[in-house]
Each structure stands twice: as structure tokens, then as C-alpha cells.
Design a protein around this ligand. Structure first.
Ligand code: C2E
Ligand code: MG
Ligand code: MG
Ligand code: MG
Length: 277
């Protein structure tokens, strides 16, 4: 067998499960340590105005500087953070860190730069979520430096509660973006009744944009509808010049993606994107 050839013993299903939960426990204690030892860091991916090509903002993306394996991406540990509830203290750290960075960059380089943080469903369900945001952001009400990205499935989980949260966030000067737009089930019409400011078209649509006429039609309609509702549109995952060109023609407001800017640590972001005299 394949396993035999590689000298690996075939495991029974029970053994497999025990193996998985042991791995899970290890990940969990690793993550607790990560929080205590400051192993998390934020990288910042720039957002550019489509027409002027000026830097308008950045999205803070969580990274884990693992002592043995190096830099780890969020998709591999956010589910575990959510299940253990550790996402709550980590999320608070993210917002605090992003706020400090935003205030510093705005003061030193770019007075209108906006930094967005991603917030997960588990954090939104915390009854003190809004109160924590208020403690952090209220002293900077005049500045309004922090935006929030939420997915449509998160918002649709409990529409009443979402309304309340979105209004609260807006009162704190946050713009709210619907992330990964188009991957959920809700209609734009329904979402239009929520107090949001931006929609971010999911990168799966952008990837197909120049290849599939159907996708191009869809994206065109999303942009038109969004504009008719006074929402601003961000394209995420822009990787090719052809996509950027087309998005410019379609009057998409903001571009984000590897073509225009990779996520960078704060130091590199500052050096490469802000320190230009
Ligand atoms: P997201 O918010 O939709 O972020 C966009 C993801 O796409 C990021 O992955 C980004 O690095 C990646 N990306 C950017 N440009 C391109 C491109 O041109 N092509 C492709 N293929 N990908 C691109 P990342 O950093 O691995 O984050 C994955 C997800 O993890 C995020 O998706 C977000 O849902 C979540 N996440 C990240 N940071 C945080 C955080 O601080 N808190 C919470 N709750 N979730 C976070
Ligand atoms: Mg996002
Ligand atoms: Mg997204
Ligand atoms: Mg995503």
C-alpha cells in the first residue's frame, strides 16, 4: 500500500480521531501561549482609489509568528480561536493595535488614511463588543480612523442585532464594509436596508472577471446597484492588470489585491507606502 511504501502505519478511525483531538489540544495551548507571548502581529494590505491610484486605506490582517514554523496565516488558526473563545481577547488586541497604528500613520504621514479590521461572528455575539469598541474609539471620535469588515452571513445571523451593532459602530465613526460580498445567500436589496458603507466584491468573482462574461455581467450589476444605493465598492483579490483595467471601466471605487499591494508588516508598509516625501 501507499502507506506501507512510505513506512507509515495505517491508523484506525478511532486512532485518527484521538490523533486529531491531540493535535487540536496542542494548537489550543499554542494559541494561548501566542497571546501571552505576543506572537501575533498585524500585516497591512493597502487599498487604492481606482481612478487616482492614491492610497486610501489598509486592511489589518492577523498573522501568527510561530516560534518553530514561522509566519502562519489566519485561515489555519482563526477557527480554533473562535471555538476556544480566544478570538475575543485576540480581537481586542487587533483593534487596539490597528488603532495605534492608524493614529500614528495619520499623524505622521497620511491624515485621511483609514484602517479596517476584520471581526468574526463570535466577537459580534459578545454582549460587550460594542462597549469595548466604545471605550477604545470614543476618545478618537473626531478622527474616525477605524473601519470594520463583516461578512454577509455574519450580518444575516441576527438582523435585529446587526442593525443595532452597525448603528453603534457608525456612531463611533467606523465605516462598515460587507466582506466577501457575493458568497452568501442574501440579496443586495436586503443588505441595502442595513446601515453599511462599502461592499467588498469577493476575490472569487474578480478571478473570473476577464474570463467569464457571466461573471463580468454580475460584477457590473453589483457595482451599479451598489452605487444606486450610495455604497462604495471595493474589489478584493485584484491580481492582473486586465482586471484592474476592467474594474476602472466599470467604475469600481477601490482596488485591493496582490497586483496593487501585498500585505506588509507595519514597518515595511510605512517604508514603502508612507515615507515617500
Ligand atoms: P478577508 O478579510 O477576506 O481578507 C482577504 C484575504 O485575501 C487575506 O488573506 C489576503 O491576504 C488575501 N488576499 C489579498 N489580496 C489577494 C490577491 O490578490 N489574491 C488572493 N488570492 N488573495 C489575496 P489572509 O490574510 O490569509 O486572511 C484570510 C481571512 O482571515 C480574512 O479574509 C479574514 O476573514 C480573516 N482574518 C484576517 N485577519 C483577521 C482578524 O484580525 N480577525 C478576524 N476575526 N479575522 C481575520
Ligand atoms: Mg476583510
Ligand atoms: Mg474578503
Ligand atoms: Mg475572507
Amino acid at each position: 500500500t501507499e502507506a506501507g511504501k512510505r513506512g507509515v502505519r495505517t491508523h484506525t478511525f478511532g486512532e485518527h480521531l484521538r490523533g486529531l483531538s491531540a493535535q487540536r489540544l496542542e494548537l489550543e495551548s499554542d494559541l494561548r501561549r501566542a497571546l501571552e507571548q505576543n506572537e501575533f502581529e498585524l500585516h497591512y494590505q493597502p487599498k487604492f482609489n481606482t481612478l487616482s491610484r492614491r492610497l486610501v486605506g489598509a486592511e489589518a490582517l492577523l498573522r501568527w509568528r510561530h516560534p518553530r514554523t514561522g509566519l502562519v496565516s489566519p485561515d489555519s488558526f482563526i477557527p480554533a480561536l473562535e471555538e476556544t473563545g480566544l478570538i475575543v481577547p485576540v480581537g481586542r488586541w487587533v483593534m487596539k493595535q490597528a488603532l495605534e497604528t492608524a493614529l500614528r500613520w495619520r499623524r505622521d504621514h497620511h491624515p485621511t488614511l483609514r484602517i479596517a479590521v476584520n471581526v468574526s461572528a463570535r466577537e459580534l455575539r459578545q454582549t460587550d463588543f460594542l462597549a469595548n469598541c466604545r471605550t477604545l474609539l470614543e476618545p478618537h471620535l473626531a478622527d474616525q480612523p477605524i473601519d470594520v469588515e463583516l461578512t454577509e452571513s455574519q450580518l444575516m445571523e441576527n438582523v435585529e442585532h446587526s442593525m443595532h451593532l452597525l448603528e453603534g459602530l457608525r456612531d463611533l465613526g467606523c465605516r462598515v464594509a460587507i466582506d466577501d460580498f457575493g458568497t452568501g445567500y442574501s440579496s443586495l436589496n436586503y443588505l441595502a436596508r442595513l446601515p453599511v458603507d462599502d461592499i467588498k466584491i469577493d476575490k472569487s468573482f474578480i478571478a473570473l472577471l476577464t474570463q467569464s462574461p457571466e461573471t463580468m455581467g454580475l460584477v457590473t450589476n453589483i457595482i451599479t446597484l451598489a452605487h444606486s444605493l450610495s455604497l462604495s465598492v471595493v474589489a478584493e483579490g485584484v491580481e492582473e492588470e486586465e482586471q484592474a483595467k476592467l474594474l476602472r471601466l466599470l467604475r469600481c471605487d477601490t482596488l485591493q489585491g496582490y497586483l496593487v499591494g501585498m500585505p506588509l508588516n507595519a514597518e515595511a508598509f510605512e517604508a514603502q507606502l508612507l515615507s515617500v516625501a
